[in-house]
Write a protein that binds this ligand. Structure first.
Ligand code: C6P
Length: 427
């Protein structure tokens, strides 16, 4: 077993080490052209993966091949190129279905991203089935994308938004969840992995309890999908959403998984081409799933790129990625905690990939800028989770988020530069 120890000064041991045994880190890093570029004269250390991940050569090549050799609109043409593009697009749908272990291909709807997927459910399912006085249950950990669409729906329908509180540890208060989940609850919408604290939320248990009371569940998988093997049926989620760009795929593409029975009962949201069976000025009838929810020309190249990203991840193995990232997350927490004055936000029972922190005398934006001078990319700010910032009692945090190509050496480098930044501010 090969363990990476801190090799640069000062030598401080943590209880954790990162084994790269059987994990092809060097090959993986070579797959990402951007990782060998320099930033401000320094080798890029990219630790902003929760915002978006970098793209492997395999995804970039799939996009190029599509635009160079196969570009055409789908589902419409009778010519060769259109048939090829349609085939590739539908193959990508099948790959997504396999990737998240959905039941059938038509349960996979392509959208612009996780945000649009949540809005689709709020606007279509919500408008059709939510009544005044019904309750929608979300949590303190949510990203704005899983707050605002429900607020808009509540406002329109006279429904009530309830929020599961967070404990100081960064875990959800599950006793409060049990109290808040009642016969009035019609939708439970929660993230599987917080983009601020990295908390892994027990969504399986929550979906089961919600279903027992007749509530529909939506799990926001925007942050979890890159880090964990996903099985939506085992999870018991009625809806599951994620974005391709956080999964090493292109921007502009997302997925909504919905149980076929629910999607069939839901009215279309956007109207236009592709989503109809027949149109007259008197009456329009709608296409079957999944087309009913895919109005207009989609991002065909992007969807094909997502298919390539899934192939890439499957080749490495999500289980393997997940194990490596778990080690790296533990290592990063242990290493950062050794930086004087640094406080990690939350210490949840299970955390993956995302670590937010503050440094006693340095504003998070200054941390971001100082690290940027060293070629290190992290995010600083409220991370589109303002209610969570209020709960944490901070206006902003610095956030380091890991991807499958990050290494313990990169974490060591960041920790040393943070120590240095602090000294600079104190002097
Ligand atoms: N979080 C971050 O830096 P879109 O923008 O639709 O691809 O994803 C929205 C979204 C939904 N849920 C969670 C938990 C998220 O983290 C995000 C996106 C990015 O944290 C950009 S704000």
């Amino acid at each position: 077993m090969m363990s990476i120890k801190i090799t640069t000064e000062p030598v401080i041991e943590t209880a954790y080490s990162v084994s790269t045994n059987s994990y092809p880190i060097d090959t993986i890093r070579k797959d990402f052209p951007i990782l060998s570029t320099e930033l401000r004269g320094r080798k890029l250390v990219y630790l902003d993966n929760a915002a978006t991940t970098q793209k492997p050569r395999q995804v970039i090549e799939a996009l190029t091949a599509y635009y160079e050799k196969e570009n055409a609109n789908i589902h419409r043409g009778v010519h060769y190129l259109s048939e090829q593009a349609t085939l590739k697009y539908e193959q990508a749908r099948h790959k997504v279905k396999e990737f998240i272990k959905a039941g059938v291909n038509c349960e996979i709807i392509f959208t612009k991203g996780a945000t649009e997927s949540i809005n689709l459910v709020a606007q279509s399912y919500g408008r059709a089935f939510i009544r005044p006085g019904d309750e929608i249950l979300i949590s303190t950990l949510e990203h704005h994308s899983n707050i605002v669409p429900w607020q808009m729906l509540c406002q329109e329908k006279g429904a009530v938004l309830r929020v599961i509180p967070m404990l100081d540890s960064g875990d959800l208060d599950m006793e409060a969840f049990d109290r808040l989940l009642t016969a009035k609850t019609k939708i439970v919408a929660v993230t599987q992995l917080s983009n601020v604290t990295g908390t892994l939320v027990p969504v399986r248990e929550m979906c089961r309890k919600a279903r027992d009371l007749g509530a529909v569940t939506l799990v926001d998988g925007a942050q979890s999908t890159p880090h964990l093997p996903i099985d939506v049926q085992e999870m018991g989620a009625d809806f599951f959403v994620f974005s391709a760009h956080k999964l090493y795929g292109p921007t502009g593409v997302g997925v909504l998984y919905g149980r076929a029975e629910l999607l069939e009962a839901m009215p279309p949201w956007l109207g236009g081409g592709n989503m109809i069976r027949s149109v007259s000025f008197e009456k329009t009838t709608y296409a079957d799933l999944p087309d009913k929810f895919e109005a207009g020309t989609p991002d065909i190249g992007g969807v094909i790129g997502l298919g390539a990203a899934i192939d890439y991840l499957q080749d490495i193995g999500l289980e393997r990625i997940s194990q490596y990232e778990e080690m790296l997350t533990d290592y990063a927490c242990a290493r950062l905690e050794l930086v004087e004055g640094l406080q990690i936000q939350g210490s949840p029972r299970a955390r993956r990939g995302v670590i937010s922190f503050t440094l006693d005398c340095v504003h998070p934006h200054d941390i971001g800028q100082l690290l940027d001078q060293d070629g290190i990319a992290i995010r600083a700010g409220h991370h589109c989770a303002q209610p969570l910032m209020q709960r944490l009692g901070v206006p902003a945090t610095a956030r380091l988020s890991l991807g499958l190509y990050n290494t313990a050496e990169e974490i060591d480098y960041v920790a040393l530069r943070l120590q240095h930044s602090r000294k600079l501010f104190l002097s």
